[in-house]
Design a protein around this ligand. Structure first.
Ligand SMILES: NC(=O)c1ccc[n+]([C@@H]2O[C@H](COP(=O)([O-])OP(=O)(O)OC[C@H]3O[C@@H](n4cnc5c(N)ncnc54)[C@H](OP(=O)(O)O)[C@@H]3O)[C@@H](O)[C@H]2O)c1
Length: 261
């Protein structure tokens, strides 16, 4: 049986990756901080699909937690065939008011852990001539952000890093892809107490569809996956609109929001 390690598997997109991979015959290693939720999910998936499901509780923002998961993905005993770097989060409120420790912790998970897990997993995959990595970015990678500049930049790193890795890995038998979802209904926004009331219903994606598209694109050998026609169109438009124009739009919309009544 192939084996996948999914980070951030206790909720949202990560739990969906775990479910869809278990359904398609993968054994799993589930990583997140919340051990109880991982154990509950592992029990459910084993009951439903019959494969093996191990849990590896770890805080990827700490050197110890990260080292534990690096060791697991680098191991040649029971090797990991697919690494899903999904764990990630945003920070609460505006950058200038956000504690610098929170900004750093976000970079530790969204960027450093993702890069180090690729660095740990890929040499073994290349030696074996097979394997894959899916890195979870966001449509936010393609936009300046007035509220979450650190988050948008962390996701831009994930896109740029994966694009370049794809070149490095050409011809090795190892495939890397990056997925760029728009708004998805998960715990993401609740965790950072983000007001989502202004987001229209049509703009929301469902986690099962995002993950199904990402896995389909990965299996088809595509390097970049943007789930849904609407967000594909958004990304196409963002490719041709100058960054300066996007900044001007944001500045105007902020001025409108902060206009005295
Ligand atoms: N939801 C969206 O609108 C959206 C859009 C674009 C991209 N994304 C990206 O999608 C990915 C998954 O997010 P989601 O929407 O599924 O959010 P979510 O429902 O909040 O799930 C986040 C997962 O990451 C884990 N996690 C958080 N901090 C961690 C840490 N320090 N160490 C280990 N695991 C940690 C959480 O588990 P524990 O708390 O138990 O550790 C949880 O399993 C993220 O990379 C996010 O940036 C989300």
């Amino acid at each position: 049986m192939p084996r996948a390690l999914v980070t951030g598997a206790s909720a949202g997109l990560g739990a969906q990756y775990a479910e869809q991979l278990a359904r398609s015959g993968y054994d799993l290693i589930l990583v997140a901080r919340g051990e109880d939720r991982l154990q509950a999910l592992a029990g459910t998936l084993t009951g439903r699909f019959g494969g093996r499901c191990d849990v590896l509780p770890a805080d990827l923002s700490t050197p110890e937690g990260l080292a534990l998961v690096e060791g697991r993905v680098a191991s040649d005993d029971e090797p990991v065939d697919l690494l899903v770097n999904n764990a990630g989060f945003g920070t609460k409120g505006e950058f200038l008011a956000s504690p610098v420790e929170s900004e750093q912790q976000m970079l530790d998970v969204n960027v450093t852990a993702l890069m180090r897990l690729c660095h740990a997993a890929l040499p073994g995959m290349v030696r074996r001539g097979t394997g894959g990595v899916i890195n979870v970015a966001s449509v936010a990678a393609f936009l300046p952000s007035d509220t979450g500049p650190g988050y948008a930049a962390s996701k831009a790193y994930v896109v740029a890093f994966t694009d370049s890795l794809a070149v490095t890995l050409q011809g090795t038998g190892v495939h890397v892809s990056v997925v760029c979802p728009g708004f998805v209904r998960t715990e993401f926004h609740e965790r950072i107490e983000q007001d989502v009331s202004w987001i229209p219903r049509w703009a929301w994606l469902k986690a099962p569809e995002v993950v199904a598209t990402s896995l389909r694109d990965h299996r088809a050998g595509r390097h970049r996956s943007v789930p849904s026609v609407k967000y594909k169109s958004v990304v196409q438009v963002l490719r041709v609109v100058p960054r300066a124009a996007l900044r001007r739009v944001l500045v105007k919309s902020r001025a409108l929001q902060h206009r005295p009544d």
